[in-house]
Design a binder for this molecule. Structure first.
Ligand code: FAD
Length: 509
């Protein structure tokens, strides 16, 4: 009999055991469907990148002798939902078995499990063979512990997988974490390395997507498309990153600049999250570079912590807390996102830069996402649910399992502090310390009140005042709360007035 095997758009691992041997009894199915383009408004590059990479994998599988049924977005047979397509494909091939790989999104996991439960043929969910940890491994690890703190989980992962540890289980360099070495502003040198990504012309694909009526936002950059399509391209990008950027990664990890949107980041999240690149491959390559003496320990450790630590950890949170996690809203924030989230048109230079590059590249690095866009949103009281939809749509690497805990948990503290030990908030001072954004900004970074005061300032103090009951006991916020105690009441009132006025005119900022 024939087995139909479904490959989702973020399951593009050409080295999966499914593909070890070609068989006439197996038909692999990939489909471009409106169900997946439309569950949120997506950045144009995200749609192009996923479709192009799916098409690339399909070509490779065929070339290796596999049977592949590919449903393009404009295929007349396409019913535009996973299950409607599966219905007729199973019938068409007279399949007597159906298999899929474990989805990473709760939504798809449910849909496919429910669908399979209703079939009368044999069904099976296989591992996606990508992550270090199983879905429930973090939850098991944290069972009985007070708090979900990333660091102990990360150390556990280092030991368990023998990453940068010596034979007796001690961390390389005698220390697990070198984060304190990683907090510098970028002075403009060393130069930002050349963009290591390949270039492709996807104009024809983009036309097809538009003609099919798929809505999107952001710049398509279809003619000079810059995201990798397959493992080979991702590996080349990894090599350039390790050679040119990784040596400086740790040091400037938190830096931001209008002159350099990528700085020393890897831009590998798309390749990783679509699984064309395995985390083990990346970690091994980075560890080797350190062993070879090509990169400093702090950079290698800092980078590996993002992948072996943070990435696996947030996935654990997602599976531990879904369903329901996406609805949390500790502070009860409900303000709608101002229009400039979709065009970057604000006079706050930092926000304009961070959103502007997100619209242009479908990417922005961590500190822009966290300390500029996320920080502003939390201080301004934007709805975490709307914000989650925006992050899920705009970033090329956004898949709910990783985007949701980062947005709702880390950046908005909407889960009441499950993931973040304090809200990631700051006034203009932090942004100014870590970037060149404030220079030349319409707003004054040192002013708290007045027409030209940087909106972050009043909003920051007002946020702390508003949430004093809930947050003043947090020892990580002891410093600002001591500062507030010293502030006289008239100043506090002025700040609150300024903040209220700011929140009333977000669209005009
Ligand atoms: P690098 O700085 O080069 O880091 C290397 C890799 O480490 C990344 O590719 C990523 O796989 C991993 N990593 C780093 N930080 C995190 C993190 N906090 N959580 C999980 N993995 C991490 N990352 C996504 O992959 N998808 C998202 O949708 C996403 N949404 C985010 C939303 C917010 C509000 C915030 C604050 C962060 C978000 N991140 C997300 C995490 C991080 O910003 C991106 O992984 C990173 O910017 C991707 O670019 P890069 O590959 O150049 O990363």
């Amino acid at each position: 009999g024939t087995t139909l095997k479904l490959i989702l758009g973020d399951q593009l691992n050409c080295r999966h055991s499914w593909f070890a041997q070609a068989s006439a009894d197996v038909v692999f199915v990939l489909m471009e469907v409106r169900q997946e383009t439309d569950y949120v408004l997506h950045h144009a590059q995200k749609i192009i990148a996923i479709f192009a990479a799916m098409r690339d994998l399909a070509r490779r599988l065929r070339a290796a002798g596999h049977r592949v049924h590919y449903l393009a977005i404009d295929d007349v047979d396409n019913r535009q939902s996973l299950t409607a397509n599966l219905d007729w494909l199973l019938a068409h091939y007279g399949a007597d078995a159906f298999a899929w790989q474990a989805p990473d999104e709760w939504r798809l996991d449910r849909q496919l499990a429910d669908y399979a439960a209703g079939l009368t043929i044999a069904t099976r969910m296989d591992d996606s063979e990508h992550f270090y940890a199983g879905r429930d491994e973090a939850a098991d690890f944290f069972e009985g512990r007070d708090a979900w703190i990333m660091e102990p989980f990360y150390r556990h992962m280092r030991k368990r997988h023998g990453v940068m540890v010596s034979g007796d289980g001690k961390p390389a360099g005698g220390q697990w974490n070198f984060d304190h070495d990683n907090r510098e502003r970028w002075p403009g040198l060393p130069w930002e390395p050349a963009d290591p990504r390949p270039r492709h012309d996807h104009s024809a694909l983009w036309q097809t997507i538009e003609a099919a009526g798929v809505r999107s936002f952001g710049t398509p950059q279809a003619g000079e498309f810059a995201w990798p399509l397959n493992r080979d391209e991702a590996l080349q990008q990894l090599d350039s990153f390790v050679r040119d950027a990784l040596p400086h990664f740790g040091r400037y990890q938190d830096a931001m600049s209008v002159r350099a949107w990528r700085l020393f980041h890897s831009l590998l999240s798309f390749a990783l999250n679509t699984k064309m690149l395995a985390p083990r491959t990346v970690v091994a390559r980075v560890e080797q570079a350190w062993r070879d003496g090509a990169v400093p320990l702090a950079s290698a450790e800092g980078y590996i912590r993002q992948i072996l630590g943070w990435r696996e950890y947030v996935r654990g949170i997602y599976w531990h807390r879904m369903p329901g996690y996406d609805q949390l809203n500790t502070f009860g924030h409900t303000a709608a996102l101002p229009h400039w989230f979709w065009n970057g048109d604000t006079r706050m230079r930092c926000v304009a830069a961070a959103i502007g590059q997100s619209l242009e590249h479908a990417h922005s690095h961590h500190i822009n996402r966290l300390m500029v866009i996320g920080n502003f949103s939390l201080l301004a009281g934007l709805s975490p649910q709307q914000l989650h939809q925006w992050y899920l749509g705009i970033y090329i690497d956004a898949f709910e399992w990783v985007e949701l805990p980062n947005t709702l948990g880390m950046s908005q503290y909407a889960d009441g502090g499950l993931l973040a030990t304090k809200p990631y908030i700051s006034s203009a001072a932090y942004i100014d310390r870590m970037s060149d954004y404030c220079k030349g900004c319409h707003y004054q970074k040192k002013q708290r009140t007045g027409e030209l005061a940087c909106p972050f300032n009043a909003l920051y103090w007002d946020f702390l005042l508003r949430n004093e009951k809930q947050l003043s006991n947090n020892h990580r916020l002891a410093m600002p709360y001591r500062q507030l105690q010293r502030m006289d009441d008239a100043d506090k009132r002025d700040i609150q007035c300024q903040a209220a006025a700011t929140r009333a005119k977000l669209a005009a900022l």
